[in-house]
Design a protein around this ligand. Sequence first.
Ligand code: ASP
Length: 332
Amino acid sequence: MKRRNFIKNASIAGAGIAVANIISSCENKNSKVATRITNTTKIPLVIATWHVKEATAKAWEILEGGGNSLDAVEQGCMVEEANEKGQSVGKGGLPDREGNVTLDACIMNKKGDCGSVVYLQNITHAVSVARKVMEETPHVMLAGEGAKKFAISQGFQSENLLTDASKKAWEEWKVEAKYKPIINIENHDTIGMLAIDKNGDISGACSTSGLAYKMAGRVGDSPIIGSGLFVDNEIGAAVATGLGEEVVKTVGSFLVVELMRQGKSPQKACEEAIRRIVDKPDSDHKNFQVGYIAVNKQGETGSYSIHQWFSMTKYQNGMNEQIQSDYVLKES
Ligand code: ASP
């Protein structure tokens, strides 16, 4: 289905903040595609994985003040990166099995440019380093020591990210040293954030310390463009959380955006992407969680997961709310 047809077929629910008609157009090889934002498009808006109202409030503050979606998602994610109580993002993140806190993050803007850092150590704001990779280097991804060196050269401070609480948790884990990713650990895992600004432009970002007690060197889905995050400013965006290996195997976020391009709502697209995981032969999905959230150009949103208790935080029409996600395993 052509992009133009997607726009025609997309349903627009309810009335929202009125914006002037904006037409963004772009040339592709064969056709000129016009994406219309109508006066029922509910923008600006921001959504994020899990219960992160302070993070969405920060992003909303930027959007409401007329700021752009890229600044909104970066600064929104930074709130959780700095929150030491969150043990799965930034400072205070749970370490790998050798006791090292290693961060993965990425960011994508309205032009489809992206930056990412993998296995970054000692720098709290991995999402901001990812943005610098996008804006200040000819590359998309920097890893490990090179990523850290680059961050320092950009003025980031090196610090110890292993807090007393996370060190204690790791020492307790070492007694049995059993690796078993836990479904829905504490109140959130990866923070993934998607925003549409007043101009109708979409950006996304995500940041994580990855799975607790992973093997040294392990990298998840979050810094992999198309897996942990994907943004197409003509169509929409998606971001993932949960067992990264399963998201990578299905190129999950890219899949969600492509399904929206084919005419699916964000909700239906998230459902189909989760189904691709659970319908695999011999799928072990009863023992792991994956969740997606998505937004389309019209400001419609969706979320879906394998297990219960995944949630999305949404700030739209001046309301910051946590929305429980629908899920596959109703009996669990
Ligand atoms: N997706 C992240 C990873 O696999 C972790 C998470 O969201 O729980 O690294």
